[in-house]
Write a protein that binds this ligand. Structure first.
Ligand SMILES: [Mn+2]
Length: 549
């Protein structure tokens, strides 16, 4: 199965004694599975292995074997410590001077004489001799572990094992293959080459976990025959597939379900402009006792449940007051990256994101909605507005339900998703109340955008999805625009889309994507145009979410 030359990696591992293994951050099933598989396997080879991740292990992944051994302290101790035993001499004074590029440490004893045998050097200073990064496209994806230990990365050999097409090849040894479905698939092959007997049932479970999560349970288009082969091999070696599925896909904490219930009940549609969006505020997180990370991949649920939408957005109020917008588009006619860049973000043509600072949440949301609506109005000007989404037809039932189930509640608070299962929506909620018109549409459409935009919009861009992307996707750059100053009436914004498209560094704009968006793009990049239109899914129905999650 192995098609990669792992010998440089194996040699580096063999020569090292103290190995630092770093998963990308925030961690996911693949990065954690890879890091922990190394942790267990290399210990069997007599190595001292340390796994550090500044971000906490998400609850769903805590079942992974040895997940508790991941250290969160990113201040890796690399001070050089000279110890002086003063038990016999006492200690009166300490000075140091720097002379001729040497630091002279002057210790004055209280009595007697300090001798060379009183000196020792702390072994901490040479704690690691190899860094292995897994599932990490760029060093900055290591977060604080990298930022706080820059010198360590200069000093030590870095072995970079990854499958992201955008990998920056930052290691001295780079084992990067974008054709592989997951980093754990690469590790499976590495262990097969190195020492097959390393793979016990715990390690097989870790490796399979990465493969399952990165292929979306073998549903995504990156599910190659090789991925199935590896899964079969790992299950044969004792991988606990049911345990993985149960923890990652079938177990959702109550607070997560409540949060998802909020997001789903906050869905708004503007079918004239083929837009669907939802919002989740800090109050939503607080009321449901959930974390920002609990949002998970719900935007992809929105996407698959709004087949006729062209733009799907999820607005998240972050704890620092900023607004994160995740954006998906279902057609190449609408460039998510370009829209995100208007708001200081970036990404790819079909998945992008931006953080909007210094704006109150609802204002930030409205600002983006107004802009997108404007763009869509221009593009869809000839399209008859009469056609409604399937989503719009079913949404009233969801909205109406809390009243039917719990009439005593004063607030039309969205019900926690769990409880909706008890009462089938169709039976308790007589079908249709008028759908509340979702678009507040504060500001009327601004003309100037319409005048300059068509030039760019009309240009059919080559479809990045057609070929599996090895080259970073080249996105047109829009003149950067300070988000604070953004105003629909400002002509500067208006002229921005007309800017000459030029190559930009995907790696740079990737920072605006969440991990989830990154995975989404890996998959989207492999879709054919036909597949991308097949986003049919069931209508919004809470019970359906519960069955699937
Ligand atoms: Mn991965």
């Amino acid at each position: 199965m192995a098609s990669i030359d792992f010998s440089p990696a194996i040699t580096a591992i063999e020569q090292a004694k103290n190995i630092l293994v770093l998963p990308s951050s925030p961690p996911d099933g693949d990065s954690l599975g890879s890091a922990l598989a190394f942790y267990l396997a290399l210990q069997k080879k007599g190595k001292n292995v340390t796994v550090v991740c500044a971000d906490p292990v998400p609850d769903a992944y805590k079942f992974l074997p040895d997940s508790q051994s991941i250290e969160a302290d990113y201040n890796l101790d690399h001070d050089f410590i000279v110890k002086v035993d003063v038990s016999q001499t006492g200690f009166k004074n300490l000075q140091y001077e720097v002379k001729d590029n040497k630091v002279n440490i002057i210790i004055t004893p209280e009595h007697g004489e300090i001798k060379p045998e009183h000196l020792s050097i702390d072994q901490e200073s040479s704690k690691f001799d190899l860094i292995i990064t897994v599932d990490t496209a760029e060093l900055k994806q290591l977060g604080k572990v990298y930022e706080s230990n820059l010198d360590l990365f200069e000093k030590l050999t870095v072995l970079n094992i990854d499958h992201h097409p955008s990998n920056a090849q930052f290691g001295q040894i780079n084992i990067v293959n974008p054709d592989k479905a997951s980093t754990t698939l690469m590790l499976t092959e590495l262990f097969q080459t190195y020492d097959m007997s390393l793979i016990d049932s715990d390690i097989a479970t870790l490796l399979l976990a990465g493969l399952i999560t990165d292929t979306g349970s073998f549903q995504n288009s990156n599910t190659t025959p090789e991925a199935f082969d590896a899964a079969a091999l790992l299950i044969g070696l004792g991988a606990r597939q049911q345990e993985i599925i149960r923890h990652i896909y079938k177990t959702k904490e109550l607070h997560t379900l409540r949060l998802w219930g909020r997001v789903l009940s906050n869905i708004q549609t503007d079918y004239d402009h083929k837009m669907v969006w939802s919002t989740v505020s800090q109050a939503d997180f607080k009321d449901t006792n959930s974390k920002e990370s609990d949002i998970g991949d719900i935007i992809d649920e929105l996407l698959s449940n709004a087949p006729e939408a062209e733009v799907v957005m999820l607005f998240k109020e972050l704890s620092d007051g900023a607004t994160h917008v995740s954006m998906r588009t279902t057609t190449d006619e609408v460039n998510a990256s370009k829209i995100a860049q208007i708001f200081g973000g970036g990404g790819h043509r079909r998945a992008a994101g931006a953080n909007i600072l210094d704006q109150e949440f609802t204002q930030a949301v409205q600002m983006v909605l107004d802009y997108v609506k404007n763009e869509q109005a221009e593009r869809l000007q000839a399209v008859a507005p009469a056609k409604a989404f399937a989503l719009a037809e079913t949404a009233p039932a969801v909205e109406a339900m809390p009243v039917a189930v719990a009439p005593a509640e004063a607030m039309p608070e969205p019900m926690p998703a769990v409880e909706t299962v008890v009462e089938p929506v169709a039976e308790t909620a007589p079908a249709v109340e008028a759908m509340p018109e979702p678009m507040p549409a504060v500001e009327p459409v601004v003309e100037p955008v319409a005048e300059t935009a068509p030039a760019v919009e009309a240009m059919p861009e080559p479809m990045p999805a057609v070929e599996p992307v090895v080259e970073p996707v080249v996105e047109p750059v829009v003149e950067p625009m300070p988000t604070v100053a953004y105003d629909l009436s400002v002509p500067a914004v208006v002229s921005a889309p007309a800017a000459e498209p030029e190559a930009t560094d995907t790696a740079e704009i990737d920072q605006y994507l969440t991990k989830d968006e990154d995975n989404f793009m890996e998959d989207m990049n492999k879709f054919t145009p036909d597949q991308t239109t097949q986003t049919q899914g069931p209508d919004i129905d809470f019970s359906d979410y519960l069955r699937r999650h």
